[in-house]
Structures are given as C-alpha cells and as structure tokens.
Ligand binder design. Structure first.
Ligand SMILES: *[C@@H]1O[C@H](CO)[C@@H](O)[C@H](O)[C@H]1NC(C)=O
Ligand SMILES: *[C@@H]1O[C@H](CO)[C@@H](O)[C@H](O)[C@H]1NC(C)=O
Length: 275
C-alpha cells in the first residue's frame, strides 16, 4: 500500500509512541490507524462454493462478535467467539475435493454493541472489502459424527496459506479490494464431514497486538481422495503469542523492499498439507 506523506508521519509517530508499551490501540500499522479512527472490524459469515454465495450463518458456525481476538491459545482461537459449538444448528455444504471454498467478509453489525453478530441475517454485500491487510490460513478437522455436535477438539491440518507473493504487501489487503478469501481443498482430501477453519490476521510487530479473525464452516468433502493429511495439530494449542507466524519482528512491519520472510510466510502452526 502506498502511504501519503501524512500517513507516513502518523506511522512514524505511532512507532515512537509505541516504543515502551504493549498497548493494542496504537500499533504502527496503517490498519490500526484506520481502527483508531472508526474502530471497525469484520467477520466471515458466508461461504462461496461453485460461485454460489450462501446466506449469512447458513453453513458458517455463528460467532457472537466480529471484534479482534488476541487470545491466540484460548478456547475461542478454534472457531471464534462463542463458536466452540454452534449457537444454533447450521447446514453442511458439499464441496468436491480439489475445488475452492470462499469465505466472504462482512462488516461488523455490532459496532455500537447493540446487535450480536449471530442474530444478524443480512445478505452478503459485495461492495464491502476486507478491512485489514494481512495473511490468511485455512485448516480442516474431520468430524467423528454430526458437525453440529463437534467441538473441534480432534486433529487439525493446515491446507492453505495466503501471504505476500511479492514479499512486500499482503495479497489480502483492503487496497486490493478483496471481499472473499479463497482456499482450495487439496484434491486427495479423504471424503467426509469437516470443520473448516478460516483465519485472517491483522499481523503486528508488537507483542500480543496481532488481531485474529476466525470463522469455521461445516463442509462435506466429496470425491475419492485417499491422502493421509498431516502434520496435525490441536485447537486451542497450535499457536502461542510469540510464534513468528503471529508476531512479526519489527523489521518486517513496513518493508521497503521485498522480504523473503513475508514472501515465504507460513503462519503459526504446522506446515501446509499439500495433498
Ligand atoms: C474468490 O473467488 C470469488 C469467486 O468465487 C471471486 O469473486 C473473488 O474475487 C476471489 N477472491 C480473490 C481474493 O481472488
Ligand atoms: C459470548 O456469549 C456470552 C453469553 O451470551 C456473552 O455475554 C459474551 O459477550 C460473548 N462473548 C463475545 C466476545 O461476544
């Protein structure tokens, strides 16, 4: 993202101010500069499969809030706020192994604390773009039974990472007008019912300042995949606050030339299973 002179000065001031504090509201990033001005956030309550955009919370486990989550290893790091189990039963969407699942971004409706996100059923608005710049990852966990009864406490494997192809700016960025995060289900994924966890990070150079936005969808993978997904991990537990996939060293905050660390960003947790 190109910065205006004024923004550059603001960022520099933010950085100085920040030097001795772990405060969440004064990070030296353009994203947080936006947060400070209108404290907006977003979430991913719709999925896109075969070009069809779902209803809000049709296949996505409802979360009560689109506020950023800073508890990288807490119980709500699995599927978001109050989403360890569905607040109400949702449907399961069928997805062919090898095809793509999109997670559509929607603006927070509870901006003033009046509406719980899970009680809002407005349709996806394609004119809203993801609010933050940052990397994204997706994970799958096979459900031993009905998805509506699965707390996500089984094994998880990572299927996708979206970083910064050019090593400079995140591929998923507000300035790039991204409104749907897309992740491909590896072609050899065994058929079955899975909880699919999509995560977007507003990654920060200050300890415990990275903002995590998470939603989980109920999907049924079809096909005849015979892969053996791995390595696996657990949620909560896959992340810690000091993980380099969560907390970026300051030198990487605003690179002026391409950096391999951004280009090759793999996130916290295990390596991606390529299928
Ligand atoms: C994700 O896929 C949808 C089509 O399903 C497309 O409209 C959208 O632009 C894609 N997102 C990105 C970031 O490429
Ligand atoms: C989780 O649900 C409880 C009970 O309804 C509510 O008080 C709390 O605010 C919710 N948490 C968040 C972060 O939305």
């Amino acid at each position: 993202m190109k910065l205006t002179f004024q923004q550059t000065i603001l960022l520099a001031l933010g950085g100085l101010h920040q030097a001795n504090c772990h405060c969440k509201s004064h990070q030296s990033s353009i994203d947080t500069y936006q947060d400070e001005t209108d404290s907006a956030q977003d979430g991913y309550p719709v999925v896109v499969v075969d070009g069809v955009i779902s209803k809000r919370w049709e296949y996505t486990r409802p979360t009560t809030s689109f506020a950023p989550n800073y508890d990288y290893s807490g119980p709500e790091s699995t599927c978001g706020f109050n989403a360890t189990l569905p607040l109400f039963p949702i449907k399961t969407v069928q997805v062919k192994a090898g095809s793509t699942v999109g997670f559509g971004a929607m603006y927070m409706s509870a901006k003033n604390g009046n509406i719980d996100e899970h009680t809002d059923f407005t349709d996806f608005d394609p004119s809203f773009y993801m609010y933050h710049d940052g990397p994204a990852t997706a994970y799958l966990s096979k459900s031993p039974g009905e998805l509506n009864e699965y707390a996500g406490d089984g094994d998880w494997f990572k299927i996708a990472v979206v970083g910064a192809k050019d090593g400079l700016t995140w591929d998923y960025a507000a300035a790039k007008a991204v409104n749907i995060m897309n992740f491909t289900i590896p072609a050899s994924t065994p058929p079955g019912k899975y909880l699919m966890r999509a995560e977007h990070l507003n990654i920060a150079t200050y300890y415990k300042s990275t903002q995590m936005f998470i939603n989980c969808a109920h999907i049924e993978v079809t096909g005849s995949g015979e892969g053996v997904p791995g390595p696996t991990t657990k949620f909560p537990g896959a992340f810690t606050a000091s993980d380099p996939g969560i907390w970026l060293p300051s030198a990487l905050g605003r690179p002026t030339q391409p950096m391999d660390e951004l280009k090759n960003w793999q996130g916290a947790g295990p390596k991606v299973w390529m299928g």
